[in-house]
Ligand binder design. Structure first.
Ligand SMILES: [Zn+2]
Length: 204
């Protein structure tokens, strides 16, 4: 199921977030798409009763996984191939609110609205900068492990304040169990990849 949806959304990670919306474990997600990808995505959302709000600006991202929300902002009319951020939710008001928070640079409230733990939203605001946009910490468990996010295998969509952050662990566990309920094969594939990485780290 996640693989089929990834044909619409461009990656399994993005597809899995849409599953979280549909299964009501997330209220809103933020994703980046290029112009040519948006038609498919908008059509899918409409069919599923999801509201999609598109950012008025485009972003030339430093890190295309969407973890870093501070690429260079360019106008919608700019010819360079920037990404649009879109905010997708069953609740139209929340989708607009997220787009507003992003527009005015309110990372903290945006993070909370996206369902990130308070401690992690705090951590992000205090530590993130243009020079330091990758806040990944050494993985200690598969649930908060971000090390495979560039290989399209990650459970969380935020930087945990610590690899053992309890709320992040709880989210990671919940997300994996939802993935398992809709796509057992994908859940196993993810578990194997995410564990492998931790074992590699411990093996001296
Ligand atoms: Zn935290």
């Amino acid at each position: 199921m996640i693989k089929e949806m990834s044909l619409v959304f461009g990656s399994k990670t993005k597809a899995q977030e849409i599953v979280f919306l549909l299964e009501d474990v997330k209220e809103i997600v933020r994703q980046g798409f290029y112009e040519e990808e948006l038609d498919k995505v908008e059509k899918f959302c409409k069919e599923k009763g999801l509201f999609l709000v598109r950012s008025k600006f485009k972003v030339l991202l430093a890190d295309e996984t969407g973890y870093s929300n501070k690429g260079i902002r360019i106008s919608e009319e700019d010819k360079r191939p920037g990404m649009h951020f879109v905010y997708i939710s069953k609740d139209e008001e929340k989708a607009w609110l997220a787009s507003y928070y992003e527009l005015v640079g309110n990372d903290y409230d945006l993070g909370l609205l996206l369902g990130y733990p308070k401690c992690c939203a705090d951590f992000f605001v205090k530590n993130f900068s243009v020079e330091r946009y990758d806040l990944e910490l050494k993985a200690s468990n598969l649930f908060t492990n971000l090390s495979k996010r560039n290989d399209d295998c990650v459970l969380l969509s935020h930087f945990p304040c610590s690899s053992d952050c309890e709320e992040s662990l709880g989210l990671g566990k919940k997300f994996l169990s939802v993935i398992r309920s809709v796509d057992k094969e994908r859940a196993e594939e993810m578990e194997n990849l995410l564990i492998e990485q931790i074992n590699v780290g411990e093996d001296h």
